[in-house]
Design a protein around this ligand. Structure first.
Ligand code: FAD
Length: 555
């Protein structure tokens, strides 16, 4: 059945059923909740108002981490809250890597030091970080001599460098991890729908939620989904649904924006990341090898939900300034290939606090009157633990006995143990290059062969989508047929990922992708053209933000 027909049929079926649980929001939190609930036997539907992972969950620093910065605060301020967040996250870090090793893996992170006192300080802190990780430690931290540090980070400025510390955390592909959660959920029998925004609720006489009123964002049609329980996992938008459920619900969230920039690999040719431990405004910044590019981020500024998510000139300059302070070859705005912004959903503290000081812990809130269960705050690394707590609350609210959570050891779709030479098998079987084969295994794990099989009927699908990049036409078709991609953005941002690393390259691929979408989804005449124009305008706007200031940063 074609993708469009599948969606239509799903919409009809959805309305004829009553689910045990309706999860609203298809980011990390909602997808984790849906998977947990479905695997515990609750009939679950997941509704996402835009595309899966289209908000904060694809705009992260892509680190699976305990959070060295929170540990710093735990020690400096004797804050047990921060300490518990770090401990939990270190346990979840190991679990996230184990459950989808093709999408998440350990990465070495180095902190260059220019004073002995700093080296001793970071060494003490990182030893504690390792101790807290206990059996979940990835590899032990170590002191690096100046020579070893330069070997690990050849681009680093050696002026007054005495050495540094190296420690382990995890790195992952956030958007594809989110998609793998959804795929696993659907394979477990769950129903997931993107572009289905919940606009209000239907309530019983006692004001309990009985149905979510949704609007199909593609057709404008409204429909209703009935369920016994509802989880609000809408990240930064959680207050909106809380108010829709109970009009007098006080606001619980504040948001802060975080911007990243992406530079060409030549500015930082390394497998090790660099942590800038202290900026003038008391933040940390990461310089991370990412998808054959360099990711630099993040900023942390208070924001409002209504703000547009375009990178600001000042944010780009800020990141370039710190990047240039640590490397030998300075980068300018003209070198920035991409920039993206995300909103952190932070649970408000009682007293007014700066957003960078708010603990990245989560809270499960149960609205006694409406029954809405809201999952507030948290971070990507702890999505699974958050989901476990939320589904425990669902079982309690449905008066069901608490059943064991199954997700701690649940391999995600694509993580079905391919052999270590799987990429070689694919090379031989499909006659593709080593680069292509490794690229597909890194993105799809054991499902890489499903992408390549598309080339059996049409060998042109095994051609690259863009010069200089390993992405194949087959990935576009696979995204539409098997990963619910419905727009150019869905394909080029969350499925293929090129939009995150190179805006101009994404713009070049837009017309080809639109053609495939038009063909696979039976788009009406003129739609392809309109979609390409809209997409290119969006990319141009982001590029203009990057290019807008005349001043060259860091000079
Ligand atoms: P979101 O990803 O925002 O998902 C919420 C979803 O709900 C959205 O897709 C939205 O479209 C949907 N939605 C909203 N309203 C409705 C509605 N009415 N109906 C249907 N759907 C709706 N964490 C880490 O562990 N590691 C990191 O390196 C890291 N880096 C970060 C860097 C930045 C700059 C930021 C901002 C965050 C970072 N985080 C990191 C935190 C992490 O990314 C977030 O905690 C996490 O992604 C939040 O996921 P979520 O599902 O709660 O929210």
């Amino acid at each position: 059945m074609r993708a469009q027909e599948r969606r239509e049929q799903a919409l009809v079926e959805l309305q004829a059923r009553r689910f045990d649980l309706c999860v609203i929001g298809g980011g990390a939190t909602g997808s984790g909740c849906a998977l947990d609930a479905q695997t515990r036997g609750l009939n679950t539907v997941l509704l996402e108002g835009n595309d899966f992972a289209s908000a904060t969950s694809s705009a992260s620093t892509k680190l699976v981490h305990g959070g060295v910065r929170y540990l710093q605060k735990a020690i400096a301020e004797l804050d047990m809250g921060q300490y518990h967040v770090v401990r939990r996250a270190l346990k979840e870090r190991a679990c996230m890597i184990a459950n989808a090793p093709y999408l998440a893996r350990p990465i070495e992170i180095a902190i260059p030091c220019h004073r002995w006192i700093d080296l001793i300080y970071y060494m003490t802190g990182l030893k504690i970080y390792d101790l807290l990780a206990g059996k979940h430690k990835l590899f032990p931290c170590q002191v690096l001599s100046a020579r070893r540090l330069i070997e690990a980070l050849p681009a680093v400025d050696t002026k007054q460098l005495i050495g540094g510390m190296a420690f382990a955390d995890g790195q992952f592909d956030d958007a594809r991890y989110n998609l793998a959660l959804i795929e696993t959920f659907v394979e477990a029998g769950g129903t997931a729908l993107n572009y289905a925004k919940v606009v209000s609720f239907e309530k019983s006489f006692e004001k309990k939620l009985v149905a979510a009123i949704c609007q199909d964002q593609l057709t404008g049609r409204r429909f209703q989904i009935e369920a016994r329980c509802f989880i609000n996992a809408t990240g930064p938008h959680a207050d909106e649904l809380r108010t829709a459920a109970s009009s007098n619900a006080p606001s619980r969230l504040e948001v802060s924006r975080g911007t990243h920039i992406v530079l060409p690999q030549r500015f930082f040719p390394s497998d090790t990341a660099l942590l800038v431990p202290k900026t003038q405004d008391d933040r940390i910044i990461f310089i991370i090898p990412w998808s054959n590019h360099v990711l630099v981020g993040t900023t942390d500024d208070e924001s409002a939900l209504q703000d547009d998510l375009l990178p600001k000139a000042s944010e780009i300059d800020y990141l370039l300034h710190y990047f240039n302070r640590y490397v030998t070859t300075s980068a300018t705005r003209a070198d920035v290939l991409s920039a993206f912004v995300g909103l952190r959903p932070l649970v408000k503290k009682k007293a007014k606090t700066s957003s960078k000081d708010i603990i990245r812990d989560h809270e499960i809130e149960i609205d006694e009157q409406s029954g809405l269960i809201s999952v507030l705050g948290g971070k990507w690394t702890t999505y699974r633990a958050m989901a476990e707590h939320a589904v425990n609350a669902v079982q309690a609210s449905l008066h069901l006995p608490r059943s064991s959570c199954l997700t701690y050891n649940l391999k995600l779709a694509g993580a079905e143990e391919p052999t270590s030479d799987y990429w070689q098998t694919l090379m031989a079987r499909f006659r593709v290059s080593e680069l292509t084969s490794k690229h597909l295994v890194d993105k799809f794990g054991a499902r890489a062969e499903k992408v390549l099989e598309l080339g059996n009927l049409d060998t042109s699908l095994l051609q690259p989508l863009l010069d200089d990049y390993p992405f194949l036409h087959a990935e576009v078709v696979y995204a539409i047929r098997h990963e619910m991609a419905l727009s150019i953005d869905d394909v080029l941002a969350r499925r293929i990922g090129v939009e995150f690393v190179d805006l101009r390259a994404a713009s070049r691929a837009a017309a080809t992708v639109a053609k495939r979408l038009g063909c696979e989804l039976d788009w009406p005449e003129g739609e392809e053209y309109r979609a390409v124009e809209t997409y290119r305008e969006k990319i141009e706007t982001r590029l203009r933000c990057v290019d807008s200031a005349l001043q060259v940063a860091g000079q």
